[in-house]
Design a protein around this ligand. Structure first.
Ligand code: SF4
Length: 250
């Protein structure tokens, strides 16, 4: 939920999501339409479907328990290296490095003062990990990146400024093209992401005909709206029964 969405906007929906689905099995037993209803305002609806699919795999293959092993976690739909390692570290205390965009910036700037390839960033993060309290160390790295080593860094007051190679040696900022560091996103306004959100918002109220959806998204244009509806169908987020389009009933 926090991906590209502010924490303050996520807090309410997160709590209500947990209240509705306190365990993976509760989420797995719900319809995708119910999960999408609760995803309102959180963007990236494919994540809601991936979460729902992952909950079903956890129910069916892992006896309802979120796996602790990184290899098992990586098999879950929508789970990549970052999420697998974060769950293994924060939930189970496994000694694996958590590498996100915040940590990627720190590695490129403070540790190496150069842009890193993906394997170099992974190896550097893992090599930094202490034998004890690796979960707390991972959390500290995320906080350091979020509070100080931002895309516009706040070096004054940074607790590792005294050993940061980029600060000591200077040069161009190595972070923007380094592995794991996210690139700036294209504008949301006017994007297909926004149009997808508008179609799903309309369908949360109830099924609609194609003509009704085209009329609602008149400013988007018929061809683009039709293409957005088709993409939502391909992603399994919406379905069609007769002439009506509706949230997926899986
Ligand atoms: S001193 Fe600046 S560049 Fe170096 S780690 Fe701290 S915030 Fe990042």
């Amino acid at each position: 939920m926090l991906q590209q969405t502010q924490t303050s906007r996520v807090l309410g929906p997160w709590q209500s999501f947990l209240d509705a689905y306190p365990t993976p099995k509760d989420c797995a037993d719900a319809t995708l339409a119910s999960v999408l209803q609760r995803w309102s305002g959180l963007g990236y609806h494919r994540r809601a479907k991936a979460l729902h699919d992952a909950a079903r795999m956890i129910r069916d293959e892992f006896n309802g328990d979120v796996p602790s092993d990184v290899v098992d976690l990586r098999r879950l739909p929508g789970v990549g290296d970052y999420t697998a390692n974060a769950v293994a570290s924060f939930a189970y205390g496994r000694p694996v490095a958590v590498l996100d965009t915040n940590v990627g910036r720190i590695l490129a700037r403070a540790l190496e003062n150069r842009s890193l390839r993906a394997s170099e960033a992974r190896d550097a993060a893992q090599a930094l990990l202490p034998r004890r309290d690796s979960s707390a160390f991972n959390q500290a790295m995320l906080d350091l990146g979020a509070q100080f080593c931002r895309s516009s860094p706040r070096c004054d007051g940074c607790p590792v400024a005294g050993v940061c190679r980029w600060r000591l040696e200077g040069g161009l900022d190595p972070a923007p093209h380094s592995a794991a560091v996210s690139r700036p996103q294209s504008a949301f306004a006017g994007s297909d992401r926004q149009a997808r959100g508008r179609v799903l918002a309309a369908l949360r109220v109830g099924p609609q005909s194609t003509a009704q959806l085209l009329a609602r998204l008149g400013d988007v244009g018929d061809d683009r709206t039709a293409s957005v509806i088709a993409s939502l169908m391909r992603d399994g987020l919406v379905g069609r029964t007769g002439r009506l389009i509706h949230l997926s009933r899986d």
